[in-house]
Structures are given as structure tokens and as C-alpha cells.
Ligand binder design. Structure first.
Ligand code: GAL
Length: 376
């Protein structure tokens, strides 16, 4: 399935792990609509690992656990579609999923047909328990072929964590997104680590197949399956979301949206940040001033947007307040062009302009500035 902008949705894994069931999914879908997330573009409701019975049926088909999903997956998918949302599920290229449930190795076509029958719109495809005898690219091509021939449009979301230089072959599989990072956990150190893992991968992100930096931890507050101690602060979650948007990652919410507070909503539903993520050109974000700030503490990124605007972000990944400045020359606006930027802060709404072709800011530890800028 060809996707023009990064997919947006919600996934069960970060908060619920194996504790999933039909009612939870339906409640989350309702909340997605009620809270306004759907209006902001979030559309996929994705069930991650742990939904199946431990054995296939006599025809070799996967079976949904009736204790968790008493009405089966088709009924659930119908209910999700009736709310105007799309339905996602999960399998794995190995013999078992990461949590030990049956997976799709050598059952690719049967499973793709089952997902099509159930009305699935999105398949996350993991990489645990895979045979060492067959390279990742062949295993992902198998499921890619099966999905492309299953009679239904199903978005293929590959999750091999960047192994075997996934970026070099993933576009041969028909995948619309691919995990370009290891797993996220709800702490600043993981946000910093995953951001750094993207450094060499930006050129591979673009229309049709997106670098997936993993599900968001915004709003988790340390609770749930990938929760860690106290989680992150509001500023850290805001930086996390800003980085994922600047880098054009799919945005898959991972918190419990049934109990989401206004603060979390103010991050996840910032339409200006989402518009940067969803910018139709999907131009490559690039780092500027990396000579001046060679370590990974101060990251300044820019991205040219479809209408000629720029997204610019200063991310203080370090543990101390930092000042940062950059010249507009670096984004293609030398003094000689006679142009400057009208910069609107995505989070405060305030407008500012550079002085002498230079933007100069101080940013607190783990905080960020993100602007949408007009060339004037
Ligand atoms: C991991 C994957 C996670 C989650 C988990 C389920 O491999 O990266 O996002 O899907 O498996 O067991």
C-alpha cells in the first residue's frame, strides 16, 4: 500500500503489553474520536503482540484468543471501521512472535488471507525467532508478496529494528514504514538514544516508506508495559514529539488514551507540529551547525516544507541549559538574498525574527524550540 505521509494511530504495546482485550480496544477507539485525536489525523487502532491462541487451528490459521476477544477479530474490525477508524494487527517473520505466540514464518500467505478476511488495514511485522538461514530481506519480501496479493489493501509496517541494514532493502518489500530504531522505553535516555540512531538514516525517509522511530511514550508517566520509573517530564515529552515530527516519523500513540489528560492532549494534538510531520513533500530533515556543536547534546535540525516554509528545531538533549545559535546561510538564505525568516514557535505561538541573519536561543536541559518559519 502506498502511503503519502507518515501513518498516525495508536498501538497497544507501550501501555498494555499482553493485557489486551476487545473492550479495551473499543474504548480506545471511542476515545480516539471523542478526544479529537481522529480529527487531528490519527486513524489506525493497532493491536500489537499477545492477541492469539498459542496454537493454530486444524487448517493452519491463526486463532484470536476468545478469552480476550470473545467476538473475534472480524466483529472488532467492523466496530472500529464503523467509528471511521482503521484496524491494525501484528505478526512476526519468525516461528514465534516476540512474546511467544505463533508467528507467520512459512504461513505468510495463509496469514495474509486471514488478516484480509478479518478486515485488517495495517500489519506490524516483527522479527523475533526468525531462522538464521534466511536473510531478513527475504523474510520481509515473503510477507510483502502475501499482503500485496491478499485482495485487501493492508499497510505493511516492518519491524526488524534496522537489522541487516534494513534501509537498503526495505523498499523492495512493499513496506510503507520500517522500524529504524531499537525499542523505546518511557525515559529521556531512550528518546536521546533513538534520536541518535536516526543520524545516518534521514536520507532513507520519504514518501511511500517512512522511518519509524517507534511508538510514542508521550503521556505514559512511567506507567505501563514500557514504563520506566517516573517516565518523562512534560518538556521531555514535548521534545520527544517535536523530534518525531521534525524527522517525519509515523506517530503511533502509546499511552492509555482512555485516561489522557489535557497536558498530554496539548502535545499529541498540536496541529502545527503534526503538520510538520505530515508535510506532503516529506523532504529530508538535516542537521545544521553540527561542526559548532559536535557532540549529541545540541541538535539543530531544519526541513524545507511544501509551501516554501521551513521547520526548524533546536533540541537540547544534554543535562544542562545550553545556548545555541545558527546562521540562516546554512538553510539556503545567505545575507545576499535579502530574505529573512518570520519564525512562529509551534508550542507558544509567539513570533520572532532573527537578528543579523542569526538565530540565537537558550534552551533548558531536555527542552526544545520548534518553529514553523516563513521566508519574508
Ligand atoms: C518488539 C517490538 C515492539 C513490540 C514487541 C512485542 O520486538 O519492537 O514494538 O511489538 O516486540 O512483543
Amino acid at each position: 500500500m502506498f502511503k503519502l505521509t507518515p501513518p498516525l494511530g495508536w498501538n497497544t504495546w507501550n501501555t498494555f503489553g499482553e493485557k489486551i482485550n476487545e473492550q479495551l480496544i473499543l474504548d480506545a477507539a471511542d476515545e480516539m474520536v471523542r478526544f479529537g485525536l481522529k480529527d487531528c489525523g490519527y486513524e489506525y487502532i493497532v493491536i500489537d503482540d499477545c492477541w492469539a491462541m498459542k496454537e493454530r487451528d486444524e487448517n493452519g490459521k491463526l486463532v484470536a484468543d476468545p478469552a480476550k476477544f470473545p467476538n473475534g477479530m472480524k466483529a472488532l474490525s467492523d466496530a472500529i471501521h464503523a467509528k471511521g477508524l482503521k484496524f491494525g494487527m501484528y505478526s512476526c517473520a519468525g516461528t514465534l512472535t516476540c512474546a511467544g505466540y505463533p508467528a507467520s514464518y512459512d504461513y505468510e500467505f495463509i496469514d495474509a488471507a486471514t488478516f484480509a478476511e478479518w478486515g485488517v488495514d495495517f500489519l506490524k511485522y516483527d522479527y523475533c525467532f526468525h531462522t538464521p538461514l534466511i536473510k531478513a530481506k527475504y523474510l520481509y519480501r515473503r510477507m510483502g508478496a502475501a499482503l500485496a496479493n491478499c485482495g485487501r489493501e493492508i499497510l505493511f509496517s516492518a519491524c526488524s529494528w534496522g537489522i541487516d541494514e534494513t534501509q537498503k532493502w526495505i523498499k523492495t518489500t512493499g513496506a510503507s514504514m520500517w522500524r529504524s530504531t531499537t525499542d523505546i522505553f518511557d525515559s529521556w535516555s531512550f528518546i536521546k538514544k533513538l534520536t541518535a540512531q536516526q543520524k545516518e538514516l534521514h536520507p532513507y525517509n520519504g514518501v511511500g516508506c517512512f522511518n519509524d522511530m517507534d511508538m510514542l511514550v508521550v503521556g505514559m508517566g512511567g506507567r505501563g508495559n514500557v514504563g520506566k520509573e517516573s517516565g518523562c517530564t512534560f518538556e521531555e515529552y514535548r521534545s520527544h514529539f517535536s523530534i518525531w515530527c521534525m524527522m517525519g516519523s509515523p506517530l503511533m500513540i502509546g499511552c492509555d488514551i482512555r485516561s489522557m489528560n489535557e497536558e498530554t492532549g496539548s502535545i499529541l494534538m498540536n496541529r502545527d507540529a503534526i503538520a510538520i510531520d505530515q508535510d506532503p513533500s516529506c523532504n529530508q530533515p538535516y542537521r545544521i551547525t553540527d561542526c559548532r556543536y559536535p557532540d549529541e547534546d545540541v541538535l539543530i535540525y531544519a526541513r524545507l516544507l511544501t509551501n516554501g516554509d521551513y521547520a526548524i528545531g533546536v533540541f537540547n538533549m544534554g543535562d544542562a541549559e545550553h545556548s545555541a545559535d545558527f546562521l540562516l546561510d546554512e538553510i539556503g538564505l545567505p545575507i545576499s538574498c535579502g530574505k529573512t525568516l518570520l519564525m512562529r514557535d509551534v508550542w507558544s505561538g509567539k513570533e520572532e525574527m532573527p537578528k543579523n541573519n542569526t538565530v540565537s536561543v537558550r534552551v533548558k536541559a531536555h527542552d526544545c524550540r520548534l518553529w514553523r518559519c516563513k521566508v519574508v
